[in-house]
Design a protein around this ligand. Sequence first.
Ligand SMILES: [Zn+2]
Length: 269
Amino acid sequence: MPELPEVETSRRGIEPHLAGETILHAIIRNPRLRWPVSREIQMLSDQPVLSVQRRAKYLLLELPTGWVIIHLGMSGSLRILPEEMPAAKHDHIDLVMANGKVLRYTDPRRFGAWLWSDNLQQCPVLAHLGPEPLSAEFNGDYLFVQSRGKRTAIKPWLMDNKRVVGVGNIYASESLFAAGILPHRPAMTLTAEEAVRLADTIKAVLLRSIEQGGTTLKDFLQSDGNPGYFAQELQVYGRAGECCRVCGAPIEMAKQGQRSTFFCRTCQH
Ligand SMILES: [Zn+2]
């Protein structure tokens, strides 16, 4: 599933080809995604793209009359292709640009979304989202204050979009390992010092992943390339029973909610 670093990598990949260019029209081959593709997108004509932004895992194309909001769902991806490139089975949407290229959306499982909003502040999918993890607003003080009185285990607490956006299962496990904090502890047990370490670690883990993603940017120009998901150097996630790279103890796995959590009982306290 695309996580925040993949979505940010997608944004950086498509931005140079879209910002300042004009969308002539959209080709919708299958409007039945997680929700039906918004009518306003189906009717697009001759609109310049003012900017390509991201909020949480949503990509936002700013047009003069409103915003195209794209979510990649479980299996969605975006590529920039020459207009004449034939569409394949799961290529559901093209935005046809005046520069002879298309932004092509591919999504085998169709859990993604293409929505329209003329007022982002009132857009239901974006309302109630917590701060961006890479923003100054998200820091140790914020985490510490938020965690007071919270009995929820730290990992599901961190993964709540109202707390902070974009810290999915992989990044929550990896960040808690790097910060040396056991994922099962009640959030309220975080010390001020741990809260600072955790916020800094989340930023570092996400930034490293975005930088790794940068090496795949060329794939946005290829017709047959991997569309921007990247192999990661993971310390604990998916490594149950393997040796901890720091101390050599076996990595353990536990279920928290419906999700698998990976951790090292020696390195994390
Ligand atoms: Zn360890």
